[in-house]
Design a protein around this ligand. Structure first.
Ligand code: SF4
Length: 168
């Protein structure tokens, strides 16, 4: 399917990663972190469907963009659609940040069960992982809500055969 279920899109954001980025808030999340800032993104059947090629047209029409951020919701629930979109985004020379409530370790362990998780990981430059934990919340953190979440260099981590997690 060429459609992704989204809660919304911010055409230009400076808070969801370095530079100017389009942020796509995917719809649907199973993590239910206490204190989540985007509870409206949780229902799996909420939001609206958007064709990924329409999103791509919007990305192409903005020469100011440095990259695209997949946020949520839980992007890995739509790994097939996002990896397809991600490949097109990478072909434009833009980088991709993916937020997830899963840990990097959980994703790596789940690759055998979930066909497209590896593909989404492969097109992701930076993974910001882990649930939002209210008791570890800090306003001083860049691009993250709580201290347990990590900013992971996916390419470098994959190069170690996922034996080592390389953080920024
Ligand atoms: S993973 Fe993100 S969207 Fe999902 S409940 Fe946690 S903070 Fe909210």
């Amino acid at each position: 399917m060429n459609k992704v279920r989204i809660a919304g899109i911010i055409p230009e954001s400076i808070v969801d990663g370095p530079g100017i980025r389009m942020t796509i808030f995917t719809q649907g999340c199973i993590h239910h972190c206490k204190g989540c800032h985007n509870p409206e993104t949780h229902p799996l059947n909420g939001g609206r469907f958007v064709n990924i090629y329409d999103i791509l047209d919007d990305i192409k029409s903005n020469p100011l963009l440095d990259g695209v951020t997949f946020s949520g919701g839980e992007p890995f629930l739509q790994s097939k659609e996002l990896s397809l979109l991600g490949k097109e985004i990478k072909a434009l020379g833009l980088d991709i940040i993916t937020y997830t409530g899963y840990t990097f370790e959980e994703i790596v362990t789940g690759i055998d069960k979930h066909k497209y998780w590896k593909e989404l990981l492969n097109i992701t430059d930076i993974l910001i992982d882990g649930k939002y934990k209210e008791d570890s919340r800090s306003l001083l953190l860049k691009f993250r809500g709580s201290k347990n979440q990590r900013i992971i260099d996916v390419k470098k981590s994959l190069k170690t055969n996922m034996l080592k997690i390389v953080e920024f």
